[in-house]
Design a protein around this ligand. Sequence first.
Ligand SMILES: C[S@@+](CC[C@H](N)C(=O)[O-])C[C@H]1O[C@@H](n2cnc3c(N)ncnc32)[C@H](O)[C@@H]1O
Length: 255
Amino acid sequence: MDKNNLLFYNEYEQFYDMAGRSKAFEAFCADAFGQDLSQDGFSDIKQIDRILKYVPKGSDIHILDIGCGNGKMLGYLQKRTGAWIHGFDYSQHAIAAAGSLFPDRSDFRHGCIGGIDYKEEQFDLAVSMDTMYFAPDMEELVRQIMKWLKKGGVLFVGYQEGDVMPKTGDVNTTVLAKAFERCGIRYEAEDITRETYELLIKKRLAALKHQNEFEEEGNRQWFDLLMLQTECVSEPYELFERKMSRYIYVVRKEA
Ligand SMILES: C[S@@+](CC[C@H](N)C(=O)[O-])C[C@H]1O[C@@H](n2cnc3c(N)ncnc32)[C@H](O)[C@@H]1O
């Protein structure tokens, strides 16, 4: 893994180091997202609960999270469904935390997109929230995930535009949608931009609520970052949606 060529590598190491120690961040996440899953993005509990319906019933169900961070989202899905949980992330801090927080029925690997592989047809469900855009080759990653999924398995993606990725026209014009198209994969997509605007307002209010705790911990820089990330909601929704969109994509591998 050549850390120098990985986008935001150092920033994510610092982020997960902070997330593992900061009580202010835990409290912020609980208020902003409805549950502290150390989110660095746009996935509140309402979005994450949408995943549950794609987890089949059974005692030997396997879920993969691409860009799993410290594993808290997988831990939540395991608690709700009893599934085995698997995840990978390029952050060493994150993967060390995931392994110690969720040691049972789990497999956490340190590695980057493109540098990690799994056996064919291993997973019932693959999830990736706000991470697929870090793929050096989106089409290649899509093909890999489809290989890793069991027949009938599902890929669930949370995908933001106007943040890491530039905003395109609509749900069918994103880099991810184009990659699905080139791979001949049919997808369902939902536009949740309005919901995301509301979430960003909640994030901003939650950051302000916990500002003093961030400062007392010496974590003022993270408070400042949260304010910067949510500045976009000082504009009305009509202006926001010209610059940002959020979509959920669901793909089912043919049985
Ligand atoms: C925006 S965060 C999303 C984290 C988490 N899924 C969430 O929704 O809060 C992106 C995640 O992808 C990881 N990441 C970024 N680039 C990566 C890469 N090239 N390979 C593996 N992981 C990567 C980061 O460490 C981080 O955990």
